[in-house]
Design a protein around this ligand. Structure first.
Ligand code: F6P
Length: 481
């Protein structure tokens, strides 16, 4: 088998470079070891005069990275436009933030079609294509239009929301239709699976039986594959990183005070405003906690050209300064707020230094920071994870302190409780989480998706004559609705 993995963002595999997002960090170690070709955006654009998609190729472990320059005329409409101003808010149940235009949608489709053409040069008879995330919902359909008959699978790293929310994206039907060109569609959680299956039956009138939906494209299997991490490797990295200069400086600066840590992209789905308010509330309700615990909040700037992100950045900066102004002392800053990225190595050491990890998104596909925080802990004296019940990770990490990120008072009380939790309880909770992390590793995620994809393709070719009649709306390439 010849595996071609596709995602918008790539990672070049330097553990000392700032890490840019969960997906890239998760895929890196498995691409390095599996010999796959990993294709994605180079981060550069080119004008439309190019005849062939240009790819710069470099080795990555036993595999390779292929970095494509995307078309300049469509990049903004694709990335800042349709992917991150229409799909991202919808997928995270923020229909109020959906901003959509027909131009952006056409750019999104153009970039999906461009990527499909670029992938043809990597196709061999035994190639398996595995497409990642909401940037490429329509890529499978584009590949099929180009005559690709090899297995093509798709994994969604974000949630799939309720039917009424995704319907806020005017092109939802044609996108869902395009998705059914995939042989296998993977989700992070049962809820995402149920929402998608419910959408297919209630909105598209298709029958989903035993995880298989039959459409004019043939049969598509849908299934749940919660993404994991390499917990043992991350633990070793964290133990080593404790002596990294950045980590040592942090420890020295604490003067014996406890530390809570949050590490997020600066995104409205991450619940950062509510988290800062919860710390404010905790120090207000329990003034004795002042000087005994501070928060290190890393909020890496993201998608800054989009208005909602610019607004959030301003709101957070103001809120943090207000909280620090009210609770701070001449020699004590309650919140250390950093707008920059850190390498995996440094992050591992920072997680191990913190007695509490706060991961409180309003809605998140999985959230690998939660898993990394747990894996980084010292087994003899582990910290406590405070985790939103609306992060996909809460399904597995159910011995974390689970919180409702909308309930600020309760979050404040829970963080205080985490700070005073006895060692025995901390160890019991942590050990239970480590068992799950070891069991649901990234290697397991990767291998099980690829196995099921090959089976799904085999099932599909057996029944290819057995396709259903197209419903009247099929295919809807240009209509909105
Ligand atoms: O949540 C899905 C995801 O792909 C993450 O893995 C990643 O952090 C983010 O979205 C992508 O963000 P960006 O726009 O910075 O590539």
């Amino acid at each position: 088998m010849n595996l071609v993995v596709v995602s918008n963002r790539l990672s070049r595999g330097n553990a000392n470079e700032p890490m840019t997002g969960g997906l890239a960090a998760a895929l890196l170690p498995i691409v390095e070891k599996s010999g796959a070709i990993w294709v994605g955006s180079s981060g550069r654009v080119r004008d439309g005069a190019q005849k062939e998609p240009f790819a710069e190729i470099e080795a990555l472990g036993t595999g390779a990275l292929a970095m494509l320059d995307l078309p300049a005329a469509h990049y903004g409409g694709y990335y800042e436009g349709f992917a991150n101003s229409a799909l991202w808010p919808a997928l995270h149940s923020r229909a109020d933030l959906i901003r959509v235009s027909q131009g952006d949608y056409l750019s999104y489709r153009e970039v999906n079609a461009f990527m499909a053409r670029a992938l043809l040069r990597f196709r061999k008879p035994d190639t398996v294509f595995w497409i990642q995330d909401y940037h490429f919902l329509a890529l499978g359909a584009e590949l099929r239009d180009l005559g690709v008959t090899q297995p093509v699978g798709f994994f969604l790293h974000t949630p799939w929301p309720a039917r009424e929310v995704i319907a806020g994206v005017p092109h939802h039907r044609e996108l869902a239709e395009a998705m059914l060109a995939y042989d296998l569609i993977g989700f992070q959680t049962e809820d995402d699976y149920e929402n998608f299956a419910g959408y297919l039956s209630s909105t598209l009138g298709l029958v989903v039986a035993d995880g298989v939906v039959t459409s004019p494209h043939g049969k598509t299997r849908i299934a749940v594959f919660p993404i994991g991490i390499d917990a043992e490797k991350f633990a070793r990295q964290a133990a080593r990183a404790i002596s990294h200069p950045d980590v040592s400086r942090l420890r020295r600066s604490l003067n014996g005070e406890k530390l809570a840590i949050g590490v997020d992209r600066l995104d409205y789905s991450k619940g950062l405003v509510n988290r800062i308010k919860a710390f404010d509330q905790m120090w207000t309700a329990q003034p004795s906690l002042a000087r005994t615990v501070s928060l290190l909040q890393i909020a890496t700037p993201s998608r800054g050209a989009i208005e909602a992100y610019g607004n959030l950045q301003s709101e957070l900066a103001k809120l943090v300064s207000d909280v620090n102004g009210r609770h701070g002392e001449v020699d004590w800053t309650p919140i250390r707020y950093l707008n920059k990225g850190f390498s995996q190595t440094v992050l591992a050491g920072l997680y191990r230094t913190a007695q509490v990890g706060v991961v409180t998104p309003l809605h998140d596909g999985m959230n690998l920071v939660a898993k990394e925080y747990v894996a980084a802990q010292n087994p003899a004296d582990p910290g406590v994870l405070v985790l939103s019940k609306f992060a996909g990770a809460a399904n597995e990490l159910d011995t974390a302190l689970l919180v409702n990120p909308h309930d600020i008072d309760s979050m404040a009380r829970t963080i205080a409780m985490a700070l005073s939790m006895p060692l025995l309880e901390r160890r019991m909770r942590w050990e239970a989480m480590m068992i799950k992390l070891r069991h649901h590793s990234i290697q397991h995620w990767f291998a099980s998706f690829v196995d099921v994809l090959e089976l799904a393709r085999a099932e599909r070719s057996v029944v290819v004559q057995d396709v259903v009649e197209p419903p009247t709306w099929w295919p809807l390439r240009s209509a909105n609705g």
